[in-house]
Design a protein around this ligand. Sequence first.
Ligand SMILES: Nc1nc2c(ncn2[C@@H]2O[C@H](COP(=O)(O)OP(=O)(O)OP(=O)(O)O)[C@@H](O)[C@H]2O)c(=O)[nH]1
Ligand SMILES: [Zn+2]
Length: 342
Amino acid sequence: MTLFPDTTSPVLTDLGWSPFFAEQIEPAENGLVPIRIATVHRSRLIGETGSGQVELGFQQNTGDFAVGDWVLIDSETQDIVRRLDRKTVLRRRTENANVPQLIAANVDTLFIVTSCNDDFNLGRLERYLALANEAGANPVVVLTKVDQVSDAQSYRPQVEALQQGLDVVLVNAKSSDAAIALAPWCGPGQTVALVGSSGVGKSTLLNILADKAADEAQPTGGIREHDSKGRHTTTSRSLHAISGGGWVIDTPGMRTLHVGNVAAGLDVVFAEINQLALKCRFRDCTHAHEPGCAVQAAVADGTLSAERLGRWRKLHEENSANTPVQSGPRGNKSDAWRGKRR
Ligand SMILES: Nc1nc2c(ncn2[C@@H]2O[C@H](COP(=O)(O)OP(=O)(O)OP(=O)(O)O)[C@@H](O)[C@H]2O)c(=O)[nH]1
Ligand SMILES: [Zn+2]
């Protein structure tokens, strides 16, 4: 007996289906149909089959679903039976909310979009990198508006220094060359998502990647509606087919990105500081005033910039403040390390 769905179906594999999802299906779920969530509305969910979209049965709480999720549906009623475990999940902390907001799920590559002019900010990029690392998605920084500045190439080394092995791509998002520059991360079965501040060119990139004709294109900058506060009103996220294969998720512009629950993601961004910290005299060195601090020594000899260390400190403090602490014996135990020599 072959287990339905057929994991070798090219339509499903092009849509991002893989053994990771197929292995979650129980024999009793034979006959249910896997669908990928394409759009999450307040009270409606739209699913992508790989060869078209379907409206799914009414959901009480669409907030539990993210664009990119895989669900199993009953083909007669279109009702969702259950959501499959996620390979990766992007979430962000929002002000005044205890529950993190879901951005997208099952994303392979996160295109962190920023422009070579006003938006360019190393600290903001480090926040997005922590988010991508924590999610399990591969981050790629996409620097747009290279046509607007005379020294575009000077941005590259600054960004590359933010994380070991980080890929950085410079584009004019309005040129079709942008799709060629991003092609290495696209292709059948691949899912990418675009994140970044408002106005950096996410919708412009989406339209180039999806090769959308003018009448179906995602509105960009100039013609978008604004709400009374002058903010962009487009808030939905959705999954679009990339013309050369693969899928792209557009997300609304984010004003601020707060960090919380991203300790592991930060460790990847700031790996060189963690490496240095191994050589500090005190195990719990704060790299601020302690004697024998290898991190401060690196600042003194110029191998680590004071600005980078300052941003590390700020993000760590913010992350700790926004991460629920474990109480009980473990919490007490970690207190006992305070001031202890190794
Ligand atoms: N010259 C130039 N203009 C660009 C480039 N990328 C985007 N733009 C322009 O910048 C404006 C904003 O671009 P959008 O694609 O709407 O930005 P967005 O990131 O989608 O913004 P939100 O939807 O608000 O999050 C538009 O007028 C684009 O045409 C670029 O690489 N070069
Ligand atoms: Zn130290």
